[in-house]
Design a protein around this ligand. Structure first.
Ligand code: SF4
Length: 215
């Protein structure tokens, strides 16, 4: 499930302990892996470090695009649907030059889900807006157009994780991340003004709703 859309999912997670901390799948670029399309971490390395500074959560970094397509690579964007549709053969992934990267993205997505199962992760924190890792918003087609368009939906790897039963949340889902932090630190008081991505003014204005399209 997408944790921002099912707030009870946070409370249903098992209690982490120093001997058995939460095992959290993390988009590789946010862990500083040089796995972006251009061989960098896009400057996101360390973005989630505060979440992992205590003894109750351990990061398991993985990059599905690197696993399926290698690095460097073209920019893979979904055309004609979201990651669920790609897995179902109803949508394609193309790079900025029109090269079909669908199979590589599926291969990487399946590798990430397998990694998640093997490492027995409790949930995943993923980079939103990515054709692989997005959990809330993806590019609607190529991002290399004069006016980039967006869709509600998940990336291909996030879709694969969801179908494998792994709960997901994005780095932009501040309300849910705050609630997770409160489970790691009982002295932490969640910010009542924190909003998840689908609750922001931009999301509501752009899409005309705060609802997800698929789970
Ligand atoms: S596929 Fe995911 S982990 Fe890899 S660079 Fe893109 S957002 Fe980061």
């Amino acid at each position: 499930m997408r944790m921002p859309h099912e707030p009870d999912a946070v409370t249903r997670l098992r209690k982490p302990t120093p001997d058995d901390p939460w095992r959290v799948l993390l988009s590789g670029c946010m862990a500083g892996l040089q796995c972006g399309v251009d061989g960098t971490d896009y400057g996101f390395g360390g973005a989630m470090d505060p979440f992992f500074e205590g003894p109750l959560a351990t990061a398991y970094p993985f990059c599905p695009e690197d696993a399926g397509l290698g690095t460097p690579r073209g920019w893979p964007d979904i055309h004609g649907g979201d990651g669920m549709d790609v897995l179902d053969g109803k949508a394609k992934v193309l790079d900025q030059d029109g090269n079909d990267q669908t199979q590589g993205m599926i291969t990487g997505a399946e590798a990430m889900a397998l990694f998640a199962k093997q490492e027995r992760v409790d949930f995943a924190i993923l980079m939103d807006m990515s054709g692989a890792c997005a959990t809330q918003v993806i590019s609607a087609g190529s991002r290399f157009v004069e006016e980039r368009a967006y869709s509600r939906g998940v990336g291909v790897a996030a879709a694969s994780l969801l179908r494998a039963g792994i709960p997901v949340v994005s780095q932009r889902d501040f309300r849910t991340l705050d609630a997770l932090r409160a489970r790691l630190d009982p002295t932490h008081t969640p910010d009542p003004d924190a909003r998840d991505h689908h609750e922001t003014a931009w999301f509501r204005e752009y899409f005309g709703t705060d609802k997800a399209t698929s789970d």
